[in-house]
Design a protein around this ligand. Structure first.
Ligand code: SF4
Length: 353
């Protein structure tokens, strides 16, 4: 078994503490499962045993909405059985599964629909098997580089103080000449990652947005200032750094909002952070299913989801998405790209979608 230099995850102030934890009995056969179990007992968090992390049926709460809110504060510790990785275009070749679900309450989050009736947070303790599977994928594509995205179904930085899984992946990937890890976050709990050997093989991106979007649509995540402070630390630790501006939203005064975002980024980031910086730009989109789920879960949301004002984009797997009409999408893209190059002339915009 591979050993990691990190004995225990580092818990930082304000990091997530679940209100209820479920354990699959077999998860306790793994050191990570044991460690989380000990912490749960020490902290006095109520816990229950469950036969499968995919079947949590007895969550407390009277209404569906109450159950949803409780699920977002419920942690399930289990074993990842499927080691077949999903693809993860355009940001990487594969999604590497270390967690599913998130304690954030971003109104627009696609996990609302992709996780359906299972919004609780699952973390997997068999990281060694997951890394072995990643090795297989890397070998299959050699001599091409293979990139793995660790934040497709979760925000792993928010969970890092509990699991330590990212630290393990980062150190593993540091030893893979043809493997790259990447993840994106709206949380700031990066201190335990700063002293790891990463060999530049992990790119850490922070999700940022205009003040209006953060204030209205991203409850229960770290503040903009905390994210930027964390980004500066990540740059200081020599990691490749990036920003994802997503979802880009056409709100009142959006031009000022996004100009201000890029101004603040440029002011807050130390000089050395701007070398090799990447940006990924994703305009807001939704499906009909997402719209109805979001309206139920966040009935007072100001998120504009008027299909009359949008363009329908056919989806590869059936249900299409509503994006901004071409003219609006173009204006958003141009304005934000210009502000990026004004402040960060050497940055690369990986894509706008
Ligand atoms: S932080 Fe990311 S994963 Fe979590 S709710 Fe917000 S958008 Fe979703």
């Amino acid at each position: 078994m591979r050993t990691t230099t990190m004995e225990r995850p580092v818990r930082t102030k304000g990091s997530f503490v679940p209100e209820l934890v479920y354990f699959e009995p077999n998860a306790l056969d793994y050191p990570k499962g044991q460690r989380i179990f000990e912490w749960v007992k020490e902290t006095g968090i109520p816990y229950r045993m469950t036969t499968s992390h995919n079947r949590i049926t007895n969550l407390p709460g009277e209404t569906e909405l109450e159950q949803y809110k409780i699920a977002k504060r419920t942690l399930v510790v289990g074993i990842r059985k499927t080691l077949k990785f999903d693809t993860s275009k355009p940001s990487a070749e594969y999604a590497i599964p270390i967690a599913t679900g998130c304690m954030g309450h971003c109104h627009y989050c696609y996990l609302q629909t992709t996780l359906g009736a299972k919004p609780y947070i699952r973390v997997y303790v068999n990281t060694d098997a997951i890394m072995e599977a990643a090795k297989g994928y890397i070998e299959e594509r050699a001599p091409e580089i293979t990139r793995f995205e660790a934040a497709c179904t979760s925000d792993p930085v928010g969970l890092e103080p509990i699991t330590g899984s990212l630290a393990e992946l980062i150190e593993f990937m540091a030893e893979q000449p043809l493997g790259r890890l990447r993840f994106v976050t709206k949380f700031h709990h990066v201190d335990s990652l700063l002293n790891l050997t990463h060999n530049g093989n992990t790119r850490i991106r922070f999700s940022v947005n205009s003040k209006y979007v953060i204030k209205n649509f991203e409850p229960a995540t770290s503040s903009f200032e905390q994210r930027i402070e964390a980004a500066a630390k990540i740059a200081g630790a020599g990691y490749p750094l990036g920003f994802i501006i997503a979802p880009i939203i056409w709100h009142d005064n959006w031009e000022e909002g996004y100009s201000e975002l890029l101004d603040s980024l440029a002011k807050a980031l130390p000089k050395e952070a701007s070398g090799g910086l990447t940006f990924e730009l994703i305009q807001h989109r939704f499906t009909k299913t997402a719209k109805s789920v979001i309206e139920k879960r966040y009935p007072k949301t100001k998120l504009e989801m008027d299909i009359e004002k949008r363009k329908y984009k056919w989806g590869r797997w059936g249900q299409g998405k509503y994006v901004y009409p071409d003219e609006q999408a173009y204006a958003l893209r141009m304005h934000i790209s210009e502000r990026i190059f004004e402040h960060f002339p050497d940055a690369n915009i990986d894509y706008f979608t």
